[in-house]
Design a protein around this ligand. Structure first.
Ligand SMILES: [Zn+2]
Ligand SMILES: [Zn+2]
Length: 302
């Protein structure tokens, strides 16, 4: 397992007993990235036994309350628990102003034990580490909004076992092979393609709220996992058009066209409960078979 994704909130405008407001935690190595922070996110994290303090960065897709109202409590808990590491918060235009209001409201600046660094993003690279990069892309919603791409970097692994069998220990020959050069060893020519294996990096895409479109298609291309909103069923497509959301069918079509490996649909309107939700799942599955219906506390490992 390289990535663990915890679905903390899979509902839309108002929370229900089964579905909280939007939030997803992605864990990679020691890094914990939180995508959206709807009201009640810290309680969902407590139930899922996830630590608020360990979150390295928060990526907001847009500033609607069902994706952001968990922030005041989240920040207060970070302080109470003695967080010292700076918290980076990324989001579209307006994020800085919103965070200033929140920090004023909770009197955060009177006790600044840790820094909050806010970055407004629109498209392109958000941040990167040696192992992965997070980028964003604009999406079509009724306020400025972005989706995010988590891209693990590909790795070239050397077949040490096979080389040691030939009596070749780690050294300059290994480095040359890793660079793609052939190496001579005891009268033999060792070709890199025989001793190298490229492990393709995982790609995970989260749309946030959006009317699906070209930017999603480009961002989601060949993703290992696409997490796409599916607020409505196709029978009320007019609502999706009016409020700039997607239907389950839209999400399925997108997954098929972008040639992703797996689709998770989320952010369901409260009108869909129990078996109604399976109608949404069936609708998406008619377009793209490998679709999963998100549930609060569902965990996906990749
Ligand atoms: Zn929403
Ligand atoms: Zn929204």
């Amino acid at each position: 397992m390289r990535v663990q994704i915890d679905f903390l909130g899979t509902g839309s405008t108002t929370p229900t007993p089964d579905r909280n407001h939007s939030s997803i935690q992605l864990a990679y190595g020691k890094d914990r990235l939180l995508f959206d922070c709807g009201e009640g996110t810290q309680r969902q994290m407590a139930t899922a036994k996830l630590s608020v303090v360990k979150v390295k960065a928060i990526m907001l897709t847009h500033l609607h309350g069902d994706h952001t109202l968990g922030l005041p409590g989240f920040l207060l808990t970070c302080r109470l628990r003695g967080r010292e590491e700076a918290l980076h918060i990324y989001g579209p235009e307006g994020t800085k102003e919103m965070l200033e209001s929140i920090m004023g409201m909770i009197k955060f600046n009177a006790y600044p034990e840790f820094d909050i660094v806010v970055h407004e993003v629109h498209a392109g690279l958000v941040f990167e580490t040696e192992e992965y990069a997070v980028s964003c892309f604009p999406v079509d919603h009724d306020v400025p909004a972005v989706g995010y791409v988590f891209q693990e970097k590909s790795r070239t692994n050397i077949d040490e076992k096979a080389l040691r069998k030939l009596g070749l220990e780690p050294g300059p020959e290994y480095k040359a092979l890793k660079k793609g050069e052939s190496v001579e060893w005891e009268g033999r020519v060792l070709k890199p393609e025989k001793y190298l294996a490229v492990r393709k990096g995982l790609k995970i895409v989260y749309t946030g709220d959006c009317a699906t479109g070209q930017s999603v298609l480009e961002a989601a291309e060949n993703a290992d996992l696409l997490i796409h909103e599916a607020t409505f069923a196709q029978e009320i497509k007019e609502n999706a058009v009016k409020y700039k959301h997607s239907t389950a069918k839209d999400a399925g079509v997108m997954a098929r066209e972008a040639d992703v490996k797996q689709l998770v649909i989320t952010h369901f309107s409260t009108r869909y409960r129990n078996e109604d939700l399976y109608k949404l799942l069936d609708e998406a599955k008619r377009e793209f078979e490998n679709t999963v219906l998100a549930k609060d506390f569902m965990v996906i490992e990749l």
